[in-house]
Design a protein around this ligand. Sequence first.
Ligand SMILES: *[C@@H]1O[C@H](CO)[C@@H](O)[C@H](O)[C@H]1NC(C)=O
Ligand SMILES: *[C@@H]1O[C@H](CO)[C@@H](O)[C@H](O)[C@H]1NC(C)=O
Ligand SMILES: *[C@@H]1O[C@H](CO)[C@@H](O)[C@H](O)[C@H]1NC(C)=O
Ligand SMILES: *[C@@H]1O[C@H](CO)[C@@H](O)[C@H](O)[C@H]1NC(C)=O
Ligand SMILES: *[C@@H]1O[C@H](CO)[C@@H](O)[C@H](O)[C@H]1NC(C)=O
Ligand SMILES: *[C@@H]1O[C@H](CO)[C@@H](O)[C@H](O)[C@H]1NC(C)=O
Length: 415
Amino acid sequence: MTRHQLSLDRRIQSLFPVALASLLVLGTARLVLDALKTNDSFVFQLYGRPRGQQQSPAVVVSPEDRIDESCNVFEGKWVWDNVSHPHYTEESCPYLVKQVTCQRNGRPDSYYKNWRWQPNDCNLPRFDPLKLMQILRGKRLMFVGDSVQRGQFESLVCMVQSIIPQGKKSLQRVPPRKIFKVEEFDASIEYYWAPFIVESISDHATKHTVLKRLVKLDSIAKHGKHWEGVDILVFESYVWWMHKPTINATYGSPDVQEYNVTTAYRLALQTWAEWLESSINPERQKVFFMSMSPTHLWSWEWKAGSDENCFNESYPIQGSYWGTGSNMEIMEMIHDQIQDLKVKVTFLNITQLSEYRKDAHTSIYGERKGKLLTKEQRSDPKNFADCIHWCLPGVPDTWNEILYAHLLKSHQNLL
Ligand SMILES: *[C@@H]1O[C@H](CO)[C@@H](O)[C@H](O)[C@H]1NC(C)=O
Ligand SMILES: *[C@@H]1O[C@H](CO)[C@@H](O)[C@H](O)[C@H]1NC(C)=O
Ligand SMILES: *[C@@H]1O[C@H](CO)[C@@H](O)[C@H](O)[C@H]1NC(C)=O
Ligand SMILES: *[C@@H]1O[C@H](CO)[C@@H](O)[C@H](O)[C@H]1NC(C)=O
Ligand SMILES: *[C@@H]1O[C@H](CO)[C@@H](O)[C@H](O)[C@H]1NC(C)=O
Ligand SMILES: *[C@@H]1O[C@H](CO)[C@@H](O)[C@H](O)[C@H]1NC(C)=O
């Protein structure tokens, strides 16, 4: 083994024990009652109460909403912007689970909420919750993946929910789904727990083991039937694969075999691709795939000589940076798989922009096994900091600004 491979294996092995066993658990989300008092929203004031589809106002797309096709929105930098960011606060969004409300959980610094992603060659459209809801009118948008993806789901719900009056919105838990419904738009934003996308023994929404993983590389039907007909599907799967360089799986027969993770991931993607080709109507449905969300488990990667993690980091990384936890081979594999499909899948390459954000993880201000860390655990960040999940408001809001920019693109012909 070369030195590189050795460090690679050490990295993959430690991804789980450090953080995951308890962190990837779906968690005990408890819905807080909506604080909104009025029942007449900003939406009604602007457009009146919609009655059926015919009267739906068209989505007004302004010139600032257009992004030039040639602009790579994934290249850029984080700029300080405490005017436009955050889009919401922990207090204003009743749907956040305890795992992500870092400030309420005791995080002393708050700069992490105020950075805006600025692409080098263009501006991202300003996020407008009303426009997003107009785009989603009569539609379902579903995030499929693991707990990182659940963070993106919660982020989007919080980004839009303030314009919907109380009583006209609801969050239901129908494991393995979570469904945010907006009555006046006949729309829903949903989340579906499937950490490997294909079937596995980790599919139970709350009772799942990460240490004994067993993936069925050629089975997807049980999940797929819940994805059928969904207008916008947003997939993500990464960190669960990375526990060890090998994974137990079945393929073609009930016999369990150990597979190289790269090989297993490729086979799972093929199964997913076949499902897409046979189930997606490209005229009516849109499919996105999120690139991997980076981890910041080893501070020596950005601060030579140190031996810690993301704990006590208050600022983004300046200059170029790519952590070894983000496996380029897997990224390329996903990209290649998508290229070959007849169904168009848009790959949102959010890894690089998130790599800079060593400051934005939940660290010791999140949960472990469904409970906030104890004082003793907090005093031991080396073992207890979560450098995988993100605080909200935070980085997943930016992923959603980019998703929003893409959804707007398909409405630009309305002007
Ligand atoms: C809310 O709606 C109810 C019935 O729809 C109405 O009686 C009440 O006055 C409304 N409240 C406000 C604050 O508009
Ligand atoms: C926003 O940031 C500027 C520059 O750091 C600071 O002077 C100002 O007080 C901040 N405003 C708020 C509302 O935090
Ligand atoms: C696969 O399963 C066997 C039997 O349970 C176990 O001994 C082995 O460690 C597992 N391999 C991995 C990579 O989890
Ligand atoms: C895993 O598969 C990849 C790609 O086929 C290969 O490059 C790598 O050497 C394999 N690793 C092991 C441990 O077999
Ligand atoms: C966090 O970092 C600051 C300096 O960046 C340092 O002064 C402080 O002692 C650190 N806190 C802990 C708990 O390590
Ligand atoms: C994603 O972005 C990174 C960083 O800019 C780049 O190196 C990589 O090639 C991109 N991946 C794909 C599949 O486009």
